[in-house]
Ligand binder design. Structure first.
Ligand code: DGL
Length: 271
């Protein structure tokens, strides 16, 4: 028997396990949805990869998520959202709804900060792609976007350096950059940054709104599923968390990003 669309899982992918912050937000906002998560740990980090490489990875990952009959594919990674969203959407076509982590944030910023100065931090891929700037300009809300690449932050957090003096000093150095002068809000444009949100808020002493994209994205996914009668009313079956390269250390780090340890299943997509 064909499954009701609402019963099908949501597919989420990221360069690694950082995207579990987005998965975590989805389970909070949509507790009845079953998740198929894919972390491309074999190719981590995406933030320093070329657009062409990320596009090739993303398409292959989507094949896997489509095989698992995902009703919606969420690109949880900012770098992949910047590099591959248009291509993936075209590739997937009508087989599933494709969403990314940039558009929901852009809509939120356009609504909340018209005429204001807003900052963005993220990987080199995300910042240098200029995708946020283009999309924010398209809203016509006269928002001055100031962006600064902060490539050390993701690696730092993955190594467990947050809420300590090392992270304090790195965050201080990056946020003091003249690129970010005069901002009234700051977009956390990377999967890992919700973990240092408090430290960033402390840096600004409440003078700047710090925007956690994972929550904004989860709300947008909920709105879409409900508006299209695609929301599941009951959790049926377990979530699955696949990685393209398995190490114990990745599994241990799931505690940081998902707030509890999850079992990672090795899926050798590239072998
Ligand atoms: N997931 C990536 C992002 O959100 C950060 C880690 C990486 O560079 O792969 O941009």
């Amino acid at each position: 028997m064909r499954k009701e669309k609402s019963q099908l899982p949501i597919g989420i992918f990221d360069s690694g396990i950082g995207g579990l912050t987005v998965a975590q937000a989805i389970t909070t906002v949509l507790p009845n949805e079953r998740l198929i998560y894919f972390g491309d740990t074999a190719h981590l980090p995406y933030g320093d990869k070329s657009t062409a490489a990320i596009q090739a990875y993303a398409v292959k990952i989507c094949d896997l998520l489509l095989k698992q009959q995902c009703k919606l594919i969420l690109i949880a990674c900012n770098s992949a959202s910047a590099a591959a969203f248009d291509l993936v959407r075209e590739y997937v076509g009508s087989k599933a709804k494709v969403m990314n982590v940039i558009d929901p944030t852009v809509s939120y910023v356009a609504k909340t900060y018209p005429g204001k100065t807003v900052g963005l931090i993220g990987t080199k891929q995300t910042v240098n792609s200029n995708v946020y700037r283009k999309k924010i300009d398209e809203t016509g809300q006269d928002i001055d976007l100031r962006s600064h690449a902060t490539p050390l932050l993701a690696a730092m957090i993955e190594e467990g350096f947050f809420n300590d003096t090392i992270s304090e000093s790195v965050i201080h150095t990056y946020l003091s950059d003249p690129d970010l002068e005069g901002i009234e809000a700051l977009i956390l444009g990377c999967t890992h940054y919700p973990l240092i949100k408090k430290q960033i808020e402390n840096f600004y002493k409440g003078a700047v709104d710090v925007l956690d994209a994972s929550l904004i994205v989860a709300e947008q996914v909920k709105t879409y599923l409900e508006a299209n009668n695609m929301a599941s009313e009951k959790l049926t079956g377990d979530h699955h968390f696949y990685v393209s390269d398995f190490t114990r250390s990745f599994e241990e780090s799931t505690r940081i990003f998902f707030k509890r340890k999850v079992n990672l299943e090795h899926y050798p997509l590239w072998e």
